[in-house]
Write a protein that binds this ligand. Structure first.
Ligand SMILES: Nc1nc2c(ncn2[C@@H]2O[C@H](COP(=O)(O)OP(=O)(O)OP(=O)(O)O)[C@@H](O)[C@H]2O)c(=O)[nH]1
Ligand SMILES: [Mg+2]
Length: 478
C-alpha cells in the first residue's frame, strides 16, 4: 500500500531518572559527618507541540525514533544530578495522537498546544533526602525511574473550513486551483489527488481555507478506490461541498445518483451529518453539461441544497460560489464556541495514584498492581538490603501487606509486583507478623538510642508521621 505521510508511527522514549547517591560527608577530623548523597535528576519528557510553521509529518516519517535525555545521578556533597532535557517535537496544527489500538489520546489544535507523549522518570532520592529524625544515616539511595516508552500514531487532520467531496475527476482540485492560489495536480485520470490539497480563499472580508479529498467511489467505505481514510480530514471542516460532474462520459452516472452515492459513503463514515452542505454542478462550459445541470437543478433544490453551476475551466460562477461559502463559513464560525485557549498542556491521564490491587492468580501467585508499588520497586536497588527493607516499609505503610493477608497470602507464597511482562517476584515474608515494627524501622538502631524524655518522644513520633506523609504525597523535592 502507498505510504501516506499524514499518518506516522512514532516511538518515543523519555529520559530515565538519575540514581540518587548514597554518600557520607567527610571532613578532616570529622570522618562521619552525616549523609550527603544528592538526588538524581529527572529524565526529560518527550513533548509534542503544535507549531504553525510545520505543515507535514514528513520528519517523523524519516526519523520515527525519538528520545529525550536522561537525568544525571546525584553526587556526594549534596549535589543533585542535572535534569534531563525535554525533547520538543513540533507538529502541525490539527495533529491527532492515537495509541497503538487506535484510541485518541489527544487532539492538538492551536499554536502552542502541547502533549506530553512520554514522561521522564523521576530521579531517585539521595540518602541525604532519605534521612530523617528516626533514620539518621541511610546507607542506600533510591534508583532513578526509567522513562516512559510509548508507541504512538500521529495523524494529521487538515483544519480547513470547507471540504470538497466527490467522484474522481469531478474537478475538485481544479476548483481549488481557481478559487485560491494553490496549485494542486490536475489530470483527466481518476485518483490524481492522493492526499488532500489545501487552499486559502479570500471573499470580501472573509478569509477561509478549502480542502479537497481524494475522489470517492461506491464502496469507498469498504476500502474501494482510496477508501475513506481521507475523510478524517473532513471531520474538522464546517462546510461540505458536493462537487458533481455534469459532463462525465460514464453512461451509468448522473449528478443526482452521484450525490446519493457519495452521501451514502459519508453516512457509512459517520459523524458528518450535521455539516451544512451545498452542491456545485461543475463543467457547465461543456454544452451537454449545462443542459444536464439545468435538468437536475430543481430536484437538488427540492432536496434543500443550495445549487451553484460553475465551470472551473471557464471560470464561470466562481464569485457567487466563493461568497456563498464565505457566508456559510462565517455563520459556522459565529456558532462555534470561542476557540479554546491555546497553549494547553495535555498530560496523559494519571493512573489511580493512591490505589493498588491484590489478586491471586490461577497458579497461586499473588499479583500486586498499582502505580506506587510498581514505581517503588523500580526505585529499589535489590543488592542493598537496607534499600529492600525500605521498600518493605513503604509497601507495608501503603497497606499492601494487610491486603495480601486479607487475600489469603501466607509466609512463603509467591508475590509479584507489576505487570506480567515486567514484575518483581519474591517469596512473601510478612514483616508485620515477624514483628518488624516492634524492632524498629530500617536505618535505625535502638541500641544507640538513650532513653528519651516524653517531649522528645512526641517530637520523634511527629517526625515519623511527617515522614510517612511526605512519602504518601510522593513529594518531588527537585
Ligand atoms: N471541461 C471542463 N473540464 C474540467 C472542469 N473542471 C475540471 N475539468 C477536468 O476534469 C479533469 C479532472 O479534474 P481534477 O480537478 O483533477 O478532478 P478531481 O476531482 O480533483 O479528481 P481526483 O483528484 O482524481 O479525485 C481534468 O482533466 C480537468 O481539466 C470544467 O469546469 N470543465
Ligand atoms: Mg484532485
Amino acid at each position: 500500500m502507498t505510504t501516506f505521510v499524514d499518518r506516522v508511527e512514532l516511538h518515543v522514549a523519555a529520559g530515565n531518572g538519575g540514581h540518587g547517591c548514597a554518600s557520607v560527608h567527610r571532613e578532616k577530623f570529622k570522618p562521619l559527618g552525616g549523609p550527603d548523597g544528592g538526588n538524581g535528576g529527572r529524565g526529560g519528557d518527550v513533548m509534542l507541540v503544535v507549531d504553525q510553521s510545520v505543515t507535514t509529518l514528513l520528519d517523523y516519517h524519516h526519523k520515527p525514533h525519538r528520545s529525550a535525555t536522561n537525568g544525571k545521578p546525584g553526587e556526594g556533597g549534596n549535589r543533585s544530578g542535572k535534569d534531563g532535557q525535554d525533547l520538543i517535537l513540533p507538529v502541525p496544527d490539527g495533529t491527532v495522537v492515537l495509541d497503538g489500538a487506535g484510541n485518541v489520546l489527544a487532539d492538538l489544535v492551536g499554536h502552542g498546544t502541547s502533549y506530553v507523549a512520554a514522561q521522564g522518570g523521576r530521579g531517585g532520592l539521595g540518602n541525604a533526602a532519605l534521612a530523617s529524625a528516626r533514620r539518621k544515616a541511610p546507607g542506600f539511595a533510591l534508583l532513578g525511574v526509567p522513562g516512559d516508552l510509548q508507541e504512538i500514531v500521529l495523524e494529521l487532520k487538515t483544519v480547513a473550513d470547507v471540504a470538497l467531496v466527490g467522484y474522481p475527476s469531478a474537478g475538485k482540485s481544479s476548483l481549488i486551483s481557481v478559487l485560491s492560489a494553490a496549485k494542486p495536480k490536475i489530470a483527466d485520470y481518476p485518483f490524481t489527488t492522493l492526499v488532500p490539497n489545501l487552499g486559502v480563499v479570500t471573499a470580501g472580508e472573509t478569509v477561509y481555507t478549502i480542502a479537497d479529498v481524494p475522489g470517492l467511489i461506491p464502496g469507498a467505505s469498504q476500502g474501494k478506490g482510496l477508501g475513506l481514510e481521507f475523510l478524517r480530514h473532513v471531520e474538522r471542516c464546517s462546510v461540505l461541498v458536493h462537487v458533481l460532474d455534469t459532463a462525465t462520459l460514464e453512461s451509468d452516472r448522473d449528478p443526482v445518483s452521484d450525490l446519493d452515492i457519495i452521501e451514502e459513503e459519508l453516512k457509512q463514515y459517520g459523524g458528518l451529518g450535521n455539516r451544512p452542505r451545498i452542491v456545485v454542478l461543475n463543467k457547465i462550459d461543456v454544452p451537454d453539461g449545462k443542459d444536464l445541470a439545468e435538468m437536475v437543478r430543481p430536484e437538488l433544490e427540492a432536496r434543500g441544497y443550495g445549487v451553484f453551476e460553475v465551470s472551473a475551466v471557464a471560470h464561470t460562477g466562481l464569485r457567487e460560489l466563493s461568497f456563498a461559502l464565505a457566508d456559510l463559513v462565517g455563520r459556522a464560525r459565529a456558532a462555534k464556541p470561542k476557540e479554546e485557549a491555546t497553549r494547553i498542556v495535555i498530560r496523559p491521564k494519571a493512573v489511580d495514584d493512591a490505589g493498588f490491587t491484590v489478586v491471586q492468580e490461577e497458579d497461586g501467585l499473588f499479583r500486586v498492581r498499582g502505580e506506587k508499588p510498581e514505581r517503588w520497586v523500580r526505585q529499589t536497588d535489590f543488592n542493598n538490603d537496607e534499600a529492600v527493607g525500605y521498600l518493605a516499609d513503604r509497601l507495608n505503610r501503603l497497606g499492601v501487606e494487610e491486603e495480601l493477608m486479607k487475600a489469603g497470602a501466607r509466609t512463603g507464597d509467591g508475590v509479584a509486583i507489576g505487570p506480567e511482562e515486567n514484575a518483581v517476584v519474591f517469596d512473601w515474608e510478612p514483616t508485620v507478623m515477624a514483628g518488624a515494627e516492634m524492632l524498629g524501622r530500617r536505618g535505625e538502631d535502638h541500641r544507640f538510642d538513650a532513653p528519651r524524655p516524653a517531649a522528645q518522644r512526641r517530637r520523634d513520633k511527629q517526625a515519623e508521621r511527617d515522614e510517612a506523609e511526605q512519602e504518601y504525597d510522593d513529594f518531588e523535592p527537585f
